[in-house]
Ligand binder design. Sequence first.
Ligand code: ATP
Ligand code: MG
Length: 340
Amino acid sequence: TDRVFSGIKPSGDLHLGNYLGAIRRFVPLQDTHQTIYCVVDMHAITVWQNPADLKRWTYEIAAAYIAAGLDPKKSIIFNQSQVIEHAELSWIFNCVARMGWMERMTQFKDKAGANSENVSLGLFAYPSLMAADILLYKSTAVPVGEDQRQHLELTRDIAKKFNHDFKKQIKANGHRGDFFPVTETMAAGPAMRVKSLKDGSKKMSKSDASDLSTIYMMDDADLIAKKIKRATTDADALPSEEAGLAGRAEAENLVGIYAALANRTVDEVLAEFGGQGWGVFKPALAELAVEKLAPMADEMRRHLEDPTEIENILRDGAGRARAIAEETMQAVRAIVGFVR
Ligand code: ATP
Ligand code: MG
């Protein structure tokens, strides 16, 4: 069966975008694929992380995975730094990928800002580590948000170039065809992009400085209601069909969030709310968000009370991940010509 890999960085509190764009989509894949879900702590440190926060957020993501419905028996759940093969393969990929490819990455440009002189070398090489995460397990489906599309394309480019550069050795080592899979559709299912509540042109992010722009998975009911109430919108009523949202980024975002949480289409939501103002829609959205998020937050809190339970899950997952990763690396080392 196909393998699924995805990960989240312990770089801040989890938010609605992480849930709708990633975590929620992980759950049903457990029944159709071999699923591997990672807490990518090595990615997190590409920008400065306070070590105590890094730990706390690592536990938080593991707790969210479980609270959202991931089963540690069905899925492999672990943190990246416990499987050192991720670092090993990413180094080899650093030597396969080209500077020019990395320079074109919009996430790097966004995160580095105007002055890239003073960001870490790791931030620049980020996509190469991400390619290693995915290809170490020869994964072909990668459920990530829309913002990761460019990185997935780069993963394909790295797989192709490795397969090409080492074509002879791959064959000589007894592998038939390509060594790494180069799938055309790496995203699994439609990816959702949740925007900032304060600026419809920006995605909701863990690292956003403005707290009112982000709904966190562990926010309480009052805070969720307050943030939705204060969300930026235009003054117009809601349209009665999706086409009417064109050019209204903030409205589109809130309706999209409602539809995703309610498991309905945007048109279905607008059939109900079309013609209504924000004074009606926002309280309805707040109520729905609380209904969906509060039980999960409660369960996350329960799991966070017992760190040893989470540590055991991560250690067990790391062992199972490592068995697959080590098999890939033995072949890669031989292909590259490393003597053992
Ligand atoms: P950071 O600001 O530190 O980059 P982040 O919120 O972007 O944090 P990541 O750990 O980079 O979170 O991403 C984890 C997963 O969540 C990825 O699959 C990513 O595509 C998805 N994701 C992040 N933000 C959003 C969003 N606003 N809408 C939908 N999916 C998102
Ligand atoms: Mg991100």
